[in-house]
Design a protein around this ligand. Structure first.
Ligand code: FVH
Length: 277
């Protein structure tokens, strides 16, 4: 039994922007870190900060009590782990590579077959925010494993367990990404309207859009299921009409509004439900 579990040695597979940020945060916190990357030459700065560079995946995994994988996608994880998988019995692996629910579940099943203790993760941070307040990482898999691993990896970002099902971290990660891309697409559309009508885009972004989104974000999240977006002071009828007004303004500006257009049907449904209730 280790007296201080944060002394577990950590290996990181993948030194893209995210892998380097994760390794950097762990080194900053005094962790013992070994790194590996498919293409050599990316470890220089980390080695200067105290990391050890392994020359093969196997060497990296053997050097750590636990291995964090952060590669491009699920197929790069499979490709990297397949040659060493038969030697992973009893090892602990945490995969923070983005993937789908099915990919996470299948990877967990595949690794279980080799006797690997496995957690799947979803990083709710970007490289510059790794290690800062607000950054968090979703983990799913066995709770006891999470309890062991969380304090070791906490310098990367606040660890948050979302369930035993290995697919849940990916599920919440992908769903949250969709929320983010939706807002990004909405912001693009907003700016396109301002641009098309001759407005000052920089002023609009600085003095209007950011402040407005900040103010509305909590309402958007709470009311995310369209059928529940009934704000007491913003009734569905008014919202449905407001959306039509915005869509008309967008059409006038000659800017396609497919993204927000899909909200039309649900708002009119809500308006109908509110009138018959
Ligand atoms: N960076 C971000 O903003 C996001 C934030 C949220 C989470 N994502 C996910 O993190 C994974 C890694 O992202 P990244 O930013 O590190 O990505 P890259 O800088 O493009 O580095 C990719 C690394 O993957 C290696 N790699 C690619 N294919 C293979 C392969 N077939 N076998 C082995 N390694 C592979 C690549 O190696 P190399 O090209 O340098 O040899 C990099 O180490 C990702 O899932 C994001 O969705 C980041």
């Amino acid at each position: 039994v280790r007296m201080n579990i944060t002394h577990e040695r950590i290996s990181i597979l993948g030194l893209g922007a995210m892998g380097r940020a994760l390794a950097g945060a762990l080194l900053e916190a005094g962790r013992e870190v070994t790194v590996w990357n498919r293409t050599p030459g990316k470890a220089g700065d980390l080695v200067a900060r105290g990391a050890r560079e392994a020359s093969s995946v196997e060497e990296a995994i053997k050097a750590g009590d636990l291995t964090v994988v952060c590669l491009l996608d699920d197929s790069s994880v499979r490709e990297t782990l397949a040659p060493v998988a038969p030697k992973l019995d009893g090892r602990t692996l945490v995969d923070l590579t983005s993937g789908s629910v099915r990919q996470a579940r299948e990877l967990a099943g595949w690794l279980k077959g080799y006797g690997v203790r496995f957690l799947s993760g979803g990083i709710m941070a970007v490289p510059p925010t790794v290690g800062t307040e607000g950054a968090f990482i979703l983990y799913s898999g066995a709770r006891d494993l999470f309890d062991r691993v969380a304090p070791v990896l906490s310098p990367m970002a606040r660890p948050h367990w979302v369930g035993e099902d290995p697919g849940f971290a990916a599920l919440y990660d992908m769903a949250a990404l969709s929320g983010m891309y939706g807002i990004a697409a909405g912001a693009d559309h907003a700016v396109a309207m301002v641009h098309a009508e001759g407005g000052d885009v920089e002023t609009f972004k600085r003095e209007v859009l950011g402040l407005w989104l900040e103010q509305m974000l909590p309402f958007m999240v709470v009311g995310a299921e369209a059928s529940e977006t009934v704000l007491e002071d913003s009734n569905p009828g008014m919202q449905a009409t407001g959306l039509e007004t915005m869509l008309a303004a967008s059409e006038e500006a000659g800017v396609p509004a497919e993204l927000v257009g899909h909200l039309r049907a649900s708002l009119w449904r809500m308006r109908h439900a509110a009138t018959v209730a």
